[in-house]
Design a protein. Structure first.
Length: 549
């Protein structure tokens, strides 16, 4: 039970790191608490609402009561399965905007600017879009497929964005993110292409990577150097030893939990729980961020939405078409169109994201309208609210306390009001308005600021993008947890390779930047020189100072 590197766990960043370490000739053990990702609930893109809420695939985390949401507790799913959250997510692939990563670098994450990370995105991709695009990668492990836009409502939504005066873009991960167009997905030939399929299975097939099933309890240290991971499996506890380094990639919730259980975190809190303090790092568990969003729902004039399949016979037909030929609605995540816009003049790059869905239903598959309808998910990208993950006990079996402090910043409600009003404006454009019979949510009576705020507190939902709880930064920054190489500050032989590293949340969905982090940290651990830097800067609307669109 010993290898050069021990990686905890087999999610987006962990599987990517394990693959690159094994590819370089190192021996790797991946510790994973979850079970197999086999079966149609994970493999079928159209079934995405099921694994996210199945206890066999999910850690089952729930937030503390959120004061900004009227005391509501929100589900905070994280994948407990091979592939981690990439096996239960919505499969939307968004790199983030280039300026996101330039902000990381300005915040102390040297070498993580857009010019530095763009080559890693390119290396990981096998993009199935039109050839010849210099920013997109071909032949990488992660298949990325542009939205097919087969349903007519996708094109109608994108056209409405153009009619509202926004630009259209054929690739939100290309030179210009700003605008409306198709969204990319981690889908290959009608099958979810998770990090388990892209990275873990090839790593295991190489013979240099081994999978060990068990619950990681804490990092084992010899002095201040990580020497392995204490794992419980089969009723026994043992140490899986690492000759070179331990790599934590256990999610923005479980990575800080493991750090704190290992004596790395806010010293006073650890002592209060009777835990030894190896490195007093107050930033562990802090800086928790997420994207909050609302659903703008509309009743449809025609019976053309996916509601036609929302019955036993329809679901059976969808499942059969997918099983027999990987075709039909089940072969898509149905998030095929969306957009990124700026909320006001003076904002240099998009701060609002839209996802369009040709059915009116919650992301978790609940609360479907009893009639044909469709919706857009919309929310601000860069809330300044910050939450925290805390231990509630020294027992590894106990879930941590999670509080995002949604809507706690003074600007949050105003930003959401802008999202709602700009979204309504898009749905008033002829291309999509001809399909609208009535606004269902929030409803035509929710107009005044106070009414909107009340509705937001009652109905805003997480987009399932937690990050930031063990952030990158300069070694001298007291709130940084990892240095720019991903190594945990204050100890040796321990690194982080997941979304916990993010200094600030990126635009859009987080699976792509999480895999990029795993790729890049692996190169740092191997002592490789960084990939050649990207020379093209991210596109910024030339009129951003004076125009909103």
């Amino acid at each position: 039970m010993e290898a050069d590197f021990v990686v905890v766990w087999a999610g987006s960043g962990g599987a990517a790191a394990a693959f690159r370490l094994a590819e370089a000739g190192a021996s790797v053990i991946v510790v994973e608490a979850g079970g197999s990702d086999a079966g149609p609930f994970i493999a079928m893109p159209g079934a995405l609402s099921y694994p996210m809420h199945m206890r066999r695939y999910d850690w089952g985390f729930v937030t503390e009561p959120e004061p900004g949401l009227g005391g509501r507790r929100l589900h905070c799913p994280r994948g407990r399965v091979l592939g981690g959250s990439s096996s239960i997510n919505g499969m939307v692939y968004v790199r983030g905007h280039g300026r996101d990563f330039d902000h990381w670098e300005a915040a102390g994450a040297a070498g993580w600017g857009w010019a530095d990370v763009a080559p890693y995105f390119r290396r990981l991709e096998d993009w199935r879009g039109p050839p010849g695009h210099p920013l997109r990668g071909r032949g990488g492990p992660v298949t990325v497929t542009p939205g097919r836009m087969a349903h007519p409502l996708f094109a109608a939504f994108v056209a409405a964005g153009g009619e509202a005066g926004y630009p259209l873009t054929d690739d939100t991960n290309g030179p210009r993110q700003e605008g409306f167009g198709p969204l990319d997905a981690t889908i290959r030939d009608g099958v979810r292409w998770s990090s388990a399929r892209a990275y873990l299975r090839p790593a295991l097939a190489s013979g240099r990577c081994r999978l060990v099933r068990g619950l990681a309890l804490r990092v084992a240290f010899a002095g201040r150097r990580a020497r392995g991971v204490e794992v419980r499996r089969g009723g026994r506890e043992e140490v899986v030893a690492a000759r070179r380094a331990v790599v934590l990639a256990a999610s923005a919730i479980n990575t800080p939990k493991l750090l704190m259980l290992s004596g790395i975190g806010p010293g006073e809190e650890l002592r209060r729980l009777g835990l030894p303090v190896l490195a007093d790092r107050p930033g562990v568990g802090a800086n928790l961020q997420d994207h909050l969003e609302i659903y703008l729902q509309y009743a449809a004039r025609e019976k053309i939405t996916l509601r036609r399949y929302w019955n036993l016979a329809g679901k059976a037909w969808v499942g059969l078409a997918w099983l027999l030929g990987r075709r039909g609605p089940g072969a898509s995540n149905q998030f095929e169109a969306g957009g990124f816009i700026r909320s006001a003049a003076g904002i240099d790059y998009p701060d609002i994201q839209f996802h369009f869905l040709p059915i009116a239903v919650r992301y978790d598959g609940r609360g479907a309208l009893a009639e044909h309808g469709f919706q857009a998910h919309v929310g601000p990208m860069r809330s300044q609210a910050r939450g925290r993950v805390r231990l509630v006990s020294p027992r590894p079996e106990d879930a941590p306390a999670i509080r995002f402090d949604y809507l706690s910043h003074a600007d949050d409600l105003a930003e959401f009001r802008t999202c709602l009003r700009l979204g309504r404006e898009i749905f008033a454009q002829p291309a999509i308005a001809r399909h609208v019979r009535a606004e269902i949510a929030p409803g035509p009576g929710v107009v005044a600021d106070e009414a909107i705020d009340d509705w937001l507190r009652a109905h805003a939902e997480t987009a399932y993008h937690p990050c930031g709880t063990a952030r990158l930064g300069a070694p001298g920054d007291p709130l940084a947890v990892a240095d720019p190489a991903g190594r945990v500050i204050g100890v040796e032989g321990l690194a982080i390779a997941d979304s916990a590293l993010f200094p600030r949340i990126t635009n859009g969905n987080l699976n792509a930047p999480s895999m990029m982090a795993g790729e890049k940290v692996a190169d740092h651990l191997l002592g490789r020189p960084p990939l050649p830097r990207e020379t093209a800067p991210p596109w910024i609307n030339p009129d951003w100072r004076t125009r909103q669109r």
